[in-house]
Design a protein around this ligand. Structure first.
Ligand code: NAP
Length: 278
């Protein structure tokens, strides 16, 4: 399949105020794409936009849990750029709590952002892509969408759910010139654990040794851009053991189960030592 040239294309990135989304904005700006940057924090979005001065950028604050604002948001993008070539559903929140500690309300809140937000915006954008005769939709899932990781029951459930939705969507729209890519990051150095929720829904705001030791966000963005340029259906990105866990799970599932028991104990000890958990 022909590789994508991003010059003059319109790319809408959610979760663009921080971390992977912000790094993707910079990387696509360097490739000459027009950008639409969304998240809730307008100030941080504006900062991200300022770092993308090579290209035309629309700062479009949007809470992905607010479905009622999406039609208007799509209309604003259409009015400014008259097309959407790539939508990257990247907004997300993580979790740091055991299943026993986690309120049902917290599980629902995680799903609102990580699952229903991605689905709703995709459904709002898809008719425009079909009308223009082409498009590319991506979602930042996670290695946690491929396996169960302790202290993240809700996050893992949500990321498995988006993997399922977008894999099924690909099968439906592939023949209509719409590409669907699932992005599967391992540990990436961002504010993900700081912004994660605790069991009661409050901000976890904790340190995370695995994330701190993960791949740098700019390097991660470069791998993702390359994968999207090649229109890869799935893009795995990371540098640690968690990336190897993808094939370990497939070929040696019992080994992975043992590794996850170890992971639980390692982190439980870290909590006891008040070192923060990953
Ligand atoms: N870092 C990792 O190790 C890692 C690994 C696997 C997958 N991921 C995934 O990568 C994606 C980006 O996360 P990150 O690591 O870059 O973390 P981050 O630095 O915490 O960024 C999360 C982004 O999501 C936005 N967001 C959160 N809730 C939102 C909402 N309701 N509406 C709109 N935007 C919202 C945040 O902006 P506002 O707060 O301004 O709204 C922020 O821009 C997430 O989907 C995450 O699950 C990360």
């Amino acid at each position: 399949m022909k590789q994508q040239d991003w010059q003059g294309k319109t790319i809408w990135i959610t979760g663009a105020s921080s971390g992977i989304g912000e790094a993707l904005a910079k990387a696509f700006s360097a490739k000459g794409a027009n950008l639409v940057l969304s998240a809730r924090s307008e100030g941080a979005l504006q900062k991200a936009a300022d770092a993308c001065s090579q290209t035309s950028t629309l700062v479009l604050p949007l809470d992905v849990t607010d479905e009622t604002k999406m039609a208007n948001a799509v209309a604003q993008v259409k009015a400014r750029f008259n097309r959407i070539d790539l939508l990257i559903n990247n907004a997300g929140i993580s979790q740091r709590s055991t299943a026993l500690e986690t309120d049902m309300q917290t599980y629902r809140a995680i799903f609102e952002v990580d699952v229903f937000g991605q689905i709703a915006l995709t459904k709002a954008v898809l008719p425009l892509m079909l009308a223009q005769g082409h498009g590319h939709i991506a979602v930042t899932a996670s290695v946690a969408g491929k396996m169960g990781v302790p202290f993240r029951t809700g996050y893992c459930a949500a990321k498995h759910a988006v993997m399922g939705f977008f894999d099924a969507l690909r099968a439906e729209v592939g023949h209509q010139n719409i590409t669907v890519s699932t992005i599967v990051p391992g540990f990436i150095q961002t504010n993900i654990s700081k912004n994660a929720v605790a069991g009661d829904g409050s901000k976890f705001d904790g340190a995370d040794r695995d994330v701190a030791g993960g791949m740098e966000a700019g390097e991660c963005a470069a791998v993702i851009v390359e994968g999207l340029t090649k229109r890869k259906p799935e893009i795995a990105v990371g540098k640690g053991l968690e990336i190897h866990a993808l094939w370990i799970k497939r070929f040696f599932p019992n080994v992975l189960i043992k590794l996850m028991y170890k992971q639980y104990h390692k982190r439980a000890e870290a909590i006891a030592e008040r070192e923060g958990i990953g």
